[in-house]
Ligand binder design. Structure first.
Ligand SMILES: *Cc1c(COP(=O)(O)O)cnc(C)c1O
Length: 380
């Protein structure tokens, strides 16, 4: 079979060990065997989240966790702030609107980072704000938000900080407790190297206090029910048993490497991708001050159709990278450094990008991107 290299922002590639576990016969979830795994994965998740808070496991894609983070802590007519710098920031706004919550939206230009001063301005004028929603890695633009600075700005207030870390967790630095983050949402199919199907939500005591007053409707994504079950090492409904078994392996891989080493590894991979793009005469989309290590957004040269570029890479050569979304459709491509990706995967992606750009008429020296990335990867 032809190669199928995924350099996409979810799903990401599965390590061989994870594929093995996924191929094993299923076990029943109301058993001491599964309870043992549930206990281990919860501790493992706390390590990856860098938190002592509860981390709850939901059976859904990441967006289910986002919905839970809106419906469980708020009530209709509550006021919140959304830092919106791309497609996933917009999802927070849409979810809030769906539950009748008033969102003060800070529109951040795509490719740029939001300013803490804008948040402080709204907090100064609106005393009733209950929550602030941000996106750790805005996957649509390749920007990492400075969650640490935002957490600092909120400390000592009654506002809870809710972070969509679906594409950031396990790829870029996130210190939930140290940075004063109340709710973190993640998913299984990105940095955690698993198939889609699980969402994770960590909840601080401050957020649990707010949950007591929440009147938004919820049934499947009821975090208090999930917590009650978790206290008995159980889940309220049938969980995605197979993915939880595989999660135990992926958390072990992360723990064995060490979270800080892992953050550094992806930073280095991203540095190589960026150097390659520049050497090929391509511009990077995100402001260098906030360019993410998890997703590198590269502008497609004018006159070349980015949609066609990614299609040829995938269908002819078996290398999948992501195109642009919405207004960036056809204008950018995104190469992802998260999950089970090493420097040779990135070099393969760059080689393929070079080949197809060359075929499509972009003028540059073939091999220049590869040489630039190799130079970074070969630094001691
Ligand atoms: C992928 C992604 C999501 C959506 O997750 P689903 O699993 O598709 O529901 C949300 N936010 C960000 C930042 C993402 O990258």
């Amino acid at each position: 079979m032809k190669r199928n290299l995924l350099l996409t922002p979810g799903p990401t590639q599965l390590p061989a060990r994870i594929c093995q576990v996924l191929g094993e016969p299923i076990i029943h979830h109301r058993t001491p065997q599964f309870q043992g795994v549930l206990k281990e994965v919860t501790e493992g998740l706390q390590y990856v989240f860098q938190t002592k808070n509860d981390v709850l496991i939901l059976t859904s894609s990441g967006t289910g966790g986002m919905e839970a983070a809106v419906s469980n802590f708020l009530s209709p007519h509550d006021q919140v702030i959304v830092l919106e710098g791309g497609k996933f920031g917009e999802r927070w706004t849409e979810l809030c609107q769906m539950y009748g919550i008033k969102a003060h939206v800070i529109k951040v230009p795509w490719g740029k980072a939001g300013a803490v001063s804008d948040i402080k301005k709204i907090l100064g004028a609106q005393k009733e704000i209950k929550a602030l929603f941000v996106t750790l890695v805005e996957t649509s633009t390749g920007v990492t938000t400075d969650v640490r600075a935002i957490g600092e700005a909120l400390s000592g207030t009654n506002v809870i900080l809710v972070v969509d870390a679906i594409s950031g967790l396990g790829a870029v630095e996130l210190r939930t407790d140290e940075w004063n983050v109340d709710v973190v949402v993640a998913g299984s199919q990105k940095g955690l190297m698993l198939p889609p199907g699980l969402a994770f939500v960590s909840v601080s005591p401050k957020a649990w206090a707010l949950a007591e007053k929440s009147t938004c409707p919820k049934y499947y994504f009821h975090l208090k029910a999930a917590k009650k079950a978790a206290q008995k090492t159980d889940t309220p409904f049938t969980p995605a048993i197979g993915i939880i078994m595989a999660l135990n392996e992926s958390l072990l891989l992360i723990k064995n490497e060490g979270i800080e080493k892992l953050w550094a590894r992806y930073a280095r991979l991203a540095q190589g991708t960026r150097a390659a793009a520049r050497a090929m005469g391509l511009s990077l989309y995100a402001d260098p001050a906030c360019a993410s290590h998890a997703v590198t957004a590269i502008q497609v040269p004018s006159g070349i159709d980015g949609e066609k570029l990614t299609k040829i890479m995938r269908d002819t050569y078996g290398v999948t990278i992501a195109g642009g979304q919405e207004e960036l459709k056809g204008k950018i491509v995104r190469i992802c450094q998260m999950g089970c990706v090493d420097e040779f995967d990135i070099l393969t992606g760059i080689a393929c990008l070079e080949k197809v750009l060359h075929e499509m008429g972009h003028q540059f020296t073939l091999g220049s991107g590869l040489a630039a990335a190799q130079k970074i990867y070969n630094q001691k």
